[in-house]
Every structure is written in C-alpha cells, then in structure tokens.
Design a protein around this ligand. Structure first.
Ligand code: ZN
Ligand code: ZN
Length: 256
C-alpha cells in the first residue's frame, strides 16, 4: 500500500497544509486543506474518506470535495466515522446553512455523500488491505486508525492526548512498522496541550514508555503548529533520542 501525505501541519500559511493523507488513489484519511492540492481527476477518484474526528483542520476540504466532483461521479463518496462524529457533521456542517446536505443531493435515492458509522475496534476492507479504528482521546470524539497491508501496518494517531487504550491496541499489532503520532505544541505550551488534549514533546516521550517494541517502530511526528514547529521538533528529537523519530513531511509517500 502507498500512503501519500497531502497535509500534516497543525495550521496554514505558506506551504502548510492541514491533515490529509491519500491511501492508494481512492481512499482519504482525513480531509484537511492538503486535499485542495489534488488535481480534479484525482479528486474524482476518491471513493471513501475515513475521518479521525470532526475538527475543522481535518474536514475543511470535505464539503467542497463532494460539491466539486458532483456531476462527474456516478456513485457517492462514503464517509466512515464514528456515529458521534457523523452527528456533529450533520448538525454543524451539512445542515443547509454552512453547506448543503449532500446525503440528499442530487436526490435522496442517489446522493453524492453517504455516511457509514464505524466504531472503535471495527475494520473495513480497502484496496490493498484493511483499516481499523483504534481508541484516541481528544476534546471531541476521536479515533486513530491502523492501516494493514498484510505485510506491515501503519498507525495514524489522529489528534490525541495520552490514551492507555490506544497504546494497548498499538502493542497488539504484530506487524507494526510506522506510527504517525501528533505533537501539536512545544513544551512551553504544555498546559495548552493538556487543555486541548494534544501532545507536547515531554508528554509524548512520557507516553512512549507504554510502547512495547520501540526499536521495531518508526515514529513520524505530525500536526506541528506552525508557530513553533522547529522548536517542537527539536524538543521531540532531544527528549526522544532513544527512539527512531523523524518529522512526517508533506509530499512524503509511505510504502508498506
Ligand atoms: Zn482536533
Ligand atoms: Zn487537528
């Protein structure tokens, strides 16, 4: 499987794009502003979107994606998310006020958007492998995802603070190759990180003690806030020198 990083910043400006990853050419993980860099033909090929949570930086391009491909696609885009996340999107985004309800457009019988609930522990087949929802802990209902090609697995934390259930789930993945994990804030913003249920470098390195086989796992840091991105990454590398850590880069393609 190939996972192409369209966006992995915690903010916008310049080359920064917010969280979105393209798995193969038809599956999106989150739909942040990175989706906007895809060409029209690439957008039309997207069949499924797996959302970690409903925060804007992870869904910003979803409403416009659906509107853009309407008329070129014959089948709906399926959005996989927890029932809680789907409820938030229906109430606050696809409510005819912020954006039309594309589960009724162009017709109720043949809409362009279809929601499919997927709770923690559930698995879906995707081209080349499977995706499983794992627990996460954020200010709104959130999940992480494990993507398994059969040969290897990549886990994407989404937005999360320390979550014992997530580490248990990660440790149970025998073929885990890569863990994409967020570190939104620098250590000087630790209180803000705790309040907003994100990691800062010190909180992340403390939490990594729960990872069973650290030597086997490549850690890729995502969701750095632009204001402190270099400092945050320096602090992660300094505190986490015992681990295999690098920064996740926009444009990077993970093959597994
Ligand atoms: Zn969030
Ligand atoms: Zn976020």
């Amino acid at each position: 499987m190939q996972l192409r990083i369209l966006g992995c910043s915690g903010g916008i400006g310049g080359d920064n794009r917010t969280t979105a990853m393209l798995l193969g050419d038809s599956v999106l993980l989150d739909a942040g502003t990175g989706v906007g860099d895809l060409g029209f033909d690439e957008l039309v090929r997207i069949d499924e979107v797996f959302l970690t949570h409903a925060h804007l930086d992870h869904i910003a391009c979803l409403p416009m994606l659906i509107d853009t491909v309407l008329g070129r696609r014959k089948t709906p885009i399926t959005v996989h998310a927890t029932q809680a996340t789907i409820g938030i999107l229906k109430q606050h985004v696809f409510n005819w006020l912020v954006w039309p309800d594309f589960t009724q457009i162009p017709t109720l019988e043949n809409p362009m958007l279809r929601f499919e609930p997927m709770e923690v522990g559930e698995q879906r087949m995707v081209p080349g492998g499977t995706i499983t929802a794992l627990p996460a802990l954020h200010t709104v209902p959130a999940v992480a995802y494990a993507i398994d090609s059969g040969a290897a697995s990549v886990v994407f934390s989404g937005d999360t603070a320390d979550c014992a259930e997530l580490w248990q789930a990660i440790n149970a993945i025998d073929n885990l190759k890569t863990l994409i994990i967020e570190t939104a804030f620098a250590d000087r913003e630790e209180s803000l990180a705790k309040l907003s249920r994100h990691f800062s470098p010190r909180l992340l390195i403390d939490a990594l003690a729960q990872l069973d086989r650290p030597a086997k796992v490549e850690l890729l840091i995502t969701h750095l806030k632009p204001a402190d991105h270099q400092l945050t990454m320096q602090q992660v590398l300094a505190a986490g020198h015992a681990y295999r850590i690098a920064r996740l880069e926009q444009g990077q393609v993970l093959t597994f």
